[in-house]
Write a new protein. Sequence first.
Length: 232
Amino acid sequence: METAPSQLPEVAVNFALTWDGRISTRNRTRADFSSPRDKHRLLEIRASGDAVLVGRITQETEQMGMGIADPALQAGRVARGVAPEPLRVVVSGSGRIDPNARLFQSGHAPVLVFSTLKMAEATRLALEGKATLHLEAGSVNLRGMLQTLRSRYGVRRVVCEGGPTLLRSLLEKNLVNEINVTFCPLVFGGNEAPTLTGGPGPFLPAAMECRLETMETIGKECFVRYQVVKPQ
Ligand SMILES: NC(=O)c1ccc[n+]([C@@H]2O[C@H](COP(=O)([O-])OP(=O)(O)OC[C@H]3O[C@@H](n4cnc5c(N)ncnc54)[C@H](OP(=O)(O)O)[C@@H]3O)[C@@H](O)[C@H]2O)c1
């Protein structure tokens, strides 16, 4: 039986976009085109979650530690009665997680990996003591993952920081509640650099409608938050 949406954590996503809607270069290199203010906003949004979620490629490309490198934000969380930093969650169908990644070298919150039985035995062994593995036969069931985060780990809000492949999968399953976007004053051009939902490909099953919640301009950037309007 499918979990009722009310039993799932809410999912907020956060991306930086160029004015032509690109989130990275065509080679999907590290996306570092936003300002220091945006990078701090990313930490603020991250700090609002019980878990921070990324796809394997973003984790690798950005060499993310996925922690909150701001004592004030950590203190704010503790004052709210939650752990200083959110759980760190990585999704990978292939299981090709690098056990030596920065993610596992920094002593932040626990790491959870949602993957499949395709993960090599050597990787599973190397991740022992570094991450909790949730391995499924077949593919990763994102709704099931969210359900597990809620029921086993008490997660009520997930902050997803990409990438586009993961976002597209979440949107296809109608699992996204909030979209945070930073519009950066750059134009990449071309059609190979990915957008919010990846490279050129099929349309989503249905157009996603959003309600504008906040819009703030700081310096040369525009910070926008949308609420996803769920179909009736
Ligand atoms: N501008 C921004 O704000 C922003 C934010 C995030 C990322 N980026 C950029 O985006 C680029 C990476 O894009 P991407 O689409 O490749 O990143 P991604 O979504 O982080 O990673 C894709 C990988 O994540 C795993 N994955 C995603 N959805 C899955 C699902 N439903 N089930 C199982 N596994 C799933 C798969 O791993 P396996 O291959 O292991 O199966 C897949 O190959 C980088 O250049 C990065 O810098 C930009």
